[in-house]
Design a protein around this ligand. Structure first.
Ligand SMILES: NC(=O)c1ccc[n+]([C@@H]2O[C@H](COP(=O)([O-])OP(=O)(O)OC[C@H]3O[C@@H](n4cnc5c(N)ncnc54)[C@H](OP(=O)(O)O)[C@@H]3O)[C@@H](O)[C@H]2O)c1
Length: 257
């Protein structure tokens, strides 16, 4: 039995990872800020799948929170063989509408935490000659659109670069870039996603199934749906300035009311 650590494991994509991995016999370490919710989820998964589920309450926008998860990832007595850096959020509003402190919090959770947790995990994985890291980015990584898209572009570039650096070590890394997924993400951010066409919504369980399949195949980038693959392919034919205008428009239409 192997152990997987998932950040942002209490809702949405992270909770779907937890269910799938528990269902296939992995022990789990679940990370999020809400301890009660972590406890409930751990009990449910343990009772349903018979795996060991530990919880770690940590706010990844804080030094203490990141350090606590780094410490767990460096514990060679109970090695983590799969890390899913999934915790993330959106900020309501466009540039200059969002306080810069909130933008910095996003960079801490989406970039600094991902850098430090990947470093902690990959170090011990390389020593053992095996392990995997999935860093959850977004299709927003490929469109010029504010701090969110920029932070996810960083996650994607970083992950693919590190995957190359560690090629042959037995450690696999993959950036996961979904489109719109039905989770708590938009309601938590106070965004109105009601106008997003139905065909654009993905189901978290399917996203996770595709991600785990692609990691097993050795892919370093996963765009988990043919519709979004086609969209990204088409976007490469469009000049960057036009793409930026369209992307900003999309933000206005689907963004906060
Ligand atoms: N939903 C989409 O359309 C979509 C599309 C592309 C990419 N993504 C990405 O997918 C990832 C997961 O998003 P989701 O849609 O599943 O969101 P979600 O349903 O809102 O879940 C977010 C999870 O992250 C945790 N979290 C948030 N801030 C945290 C912090 N500072 N420290 C530790 N944990 C934190 C939350 O738990 P607590 O509140 O208890 O901490 C929760 O478990 C994010 O990185 C997001 O950017 C989402």
């Amino acid at each position: 039995m192997t152990t997987a650590l998932i950040t942002g494991a209490t809702a949405g994509i992270g909770a779907a990872f937890a269910r799938r991995l528990a269902g296939s016999g992995h022990h789990l370490v679940l990370v999020a800020r809400d301890t009660e919710r972590l406890r409930d989820e751990a009990t449910t998964l343990h009772d349903r799948y018979g795996v060991e589920v530990a919880i770690l309450t940590a706010d990844l926008s804080t030094e203490d929170g990141i350090a606590a998860v780094e410490k767990r990832l460096r514990d060679t007595g109970e090695p983590v063989e799969l890390l899913v850096n999934n915790a993330g959020f959106g900020n309501k509003g466009r540039f200059l509408e969002v306080p810069v402190d909130d933008e910095l919090t996003m960079l801490k959770v989406h970039c600094e935490a991902v850098l430090r947790l990947t470093t902690a995990a990959a170090g011990t994985m390389r020593e053992r000659g095996r392990g995997g890291v999935i860093n959850v980015a977004s299709v927003a990584a490929f469109f010029p659109r504010g701090t969110y898209g920029a932070s996810k572009a960083w996650v994607t570039q970083f992950t693919q670069g590190v995957a190359q650096d560690l090629a042959g070590s037995g450690v696999r890394l993959m950036a996961l870039c979904p489109g719109f997924v039905q989770t708590e993400f938009h309601s938590r951010a106070g965004m109105d996603a009601g106008d997003v066409p139905r065909w654009m919504w993905l189901e978290a369980g399917r996203v996770v199934d595709t991600a785990l399949r692609d990691l097993a195949r050795g892919r370093t980038l996963c765009v988990p749906d043919p519709r979004y693959k086609a969209l990204l392919g088409a976007s490469r034919l469009v000049p960057r300035a036009v793409l930026a205008r369209a992307s900003t428009g999309t933000g206005r239409k689907y963004g906060p009311k």
